[in-house]
Design a protein around this ligand. Structure first.
Ligand code: GLN
Length: 476
């Protein structure tokens, strides 16, 4: 077996090495399979490692030999368990979909197949992407590679841990309220929630349809950028998808200006180490020549309550398709209604059931105006706050999460504690704006825990996020 330095490997380095013949896609796949075998029994990022990885790699090698390679040919990737790959199991880490095989490819997946990537396997998540720690998976928690007593974050915890443990070069996750960015932050890697619509949602199992986006994760901003560019674009199978030209980037003269909503960061819930690290990141930006100014976002403190009304409302309607008849698990009751009730009661975990109940409540005739309609109105105001703020600044910076990786079991018994984890991330989903999480250092704990900062930009400004991110992480 070839000795490949997986820890320092990037997509470009792997591509160059494969083109030069230093190692083949098969060597690379083998190296990742070995690493997964070594570390995953402890971490549990993977729900399944595919049996045909070597055959996929062989095909990539043929493509490289034929001179048809693109940057992603032969690149080993892990895929969240809620993104469909034809003929393979996709369970959303739920019992109700145990053994369910996808009948078609998600658009993001067909694009990656054209590039000739190597799919290593499907990775763990909170059931139907509801949660922030993978503790809601029906198949066990994914541990944090930096400290196995702690969570990897969620819901795309498997996607983040797979990359952080060098068990995949890049991965795909999904982000409805922070599920790519928060685990990226807790595992010390880069994660992007793109502009709503920029990546087709066709073949992504829906959680909150007005909030969901597939997002790439990797060790570097450049890797995330390469993956994003490969899977973005308008898709006739997703009417909410947009083309590159929908939003035209604003011309910036000079260095971009960074806005910080300082008022919002004063809350008591933020871990002091997170705050300290965030201030150090701001100093670094200033040293790099960026101007850092305060921004006012008057309605931002409503983001979390608004999210926890809009999201369950959409969840409750999206989950209605899982009735035990059309998909997966069927538990027979005494009549058709009995089948539905039994299948859903046994198939769904408690967090999914909680959100269905919350959702039907806020949508019910007597409460619709009081909750759902007010939340929708506030969502608009929050978006307008951001649009207004972007007249004066180019990106808005906050920590990604209010605390570093927490202990397994520490928050799971108190759902509200877990919901508070999402305080900084949900706004980008409510506004549809792109946001990236960048690793920004470590806590003073032993073992040290990764920390992350989050940068949000106007709709369609991913490139700006990548450029600033690369400057911050010395990738240029
Ligand atoms: N942690 C958030 C939640 O529980 C976000 C989930 C997500 O983005 N899928 O809803």
């Amino acid at each position: 077996m070839k000795n490949i330095d997986l820890k320092n490997l990037t997509v470009k380095k792997a591509h160059d090495a494969m083109i030069k013949g230093e190692f083949s896609a098969s060597d690379l796949a083998e190296a990742y399979l070995e690493q997964i075998k070594k570390v995953d029994p402890e971490i549990h990022a993977y729900l399944e490692v595919y049996g045909d990885v070597k055959e996929q790699a062989k095909k990539a090698d043929e493509k490289i030999k034929a001179g048809k390679a693109t940057l992603l040919t032969g690149i080993p990737i892990a895929v969240k368990d809620n993104i469909l790959i034809k003929g393979r199991i996709a369970s959303s880490a739920s019992k109700i979909l145990e053994g369910y095989k996808a009948t078609y490819d998600a658009t993001a997946i067909s694009k990656l197949k054209e590039e000739g990537v190597v799919f290593l396997g499907r990775v763990n998540m909170d059931e139907f992407a509801m949660g922030g720690s993978t503790e809601n998976s029906a198949y066990g928690v994914t541990k944090n590679p930096h400290d196995t007593l702690r969570v990897s974050g969620g819901s795309s915890g498997g996607s983040a841990a797979a990359v952080a443990m060098n068990g995949a070069l890049v991965s795909l996750g999904s982000d409805t309220g922070g599920s790519v960015r928060q685990p990226a932050s807790l595992c010390g890697i880069v994660g992007l929630k793109p502009t709503y619509g920029s990546i087709s949602r066709h073949g992504l199992m829906a959680m909150g349809s007005s909030l969901d986006q597939i997002g790439p994760l990797g060790k570097t901003v450049t890797d995330v950028e390469i993956l994003f560019n490969a899977i973005k674009g308008k898709d006739s199978k997703d009417s909410t998808s947009i083309s590159d030209k929908t939003y035209l980037p604003k011309k910036i003269s000079g260095k971009p200006v960074i806005g910080v909503p300082r008022e919002f960061l004063k809350g008591p819930g933020i871990n002091p180490e997170v705050l300290k690290n965030f201030n150090e990141a701001l100093e670094k930006f200033e040293k790099l020549g960026f101007k850092v100014v305060d921004v006012k976002l008057p309605n931002i403190s409503y983001s979390l309550p608004v999210y926890y009304i809009v999201m369950p409302a959409e969840v409750s309607s999206n989950m209605s398709r899982f009735d035990g008849v059309k998909y997966g698990l069927l538990k027979e009751g005494k009549d058709l209604m009995g089948d539905y009730l039994k299948s859903r009661a046994e198939g769904f975990g408690s967090e999914v059931r909680r959100r269905i109940i919350l959702g039907t409540y806020v949508l019910s005739a007597g409460y619709y105006d009081a909750y759902y309609n007010r939340a929708i109105a506030l969502r608009r105001l929050i978006t307008e706050d951001f649009i207004k703020a972007f007249n004066d600044v180019d990106v808005i910076l906050t920590p990604t999460a209010p605390s570093p990786a927490f202990k397994i079991g520490e928050k799971i018994t108190d759902p509200l504690q877990l919901y508070l984890e999402d305080i900084f991330t949900v706004t980008a989903n409510l506004t549809g704006m792109p946001a990236i999480s960048l690793p920004s250092g470590f806590t003073s704990d032993s073992p040290a825990l990764p920390l992350g900062i989050q940068m949000t930009a106007r709709h369609g400004e991913e490139e700006l996020l990548f450029n600033i991110g690369k400057t911050f992480l010395n990738e240029l």
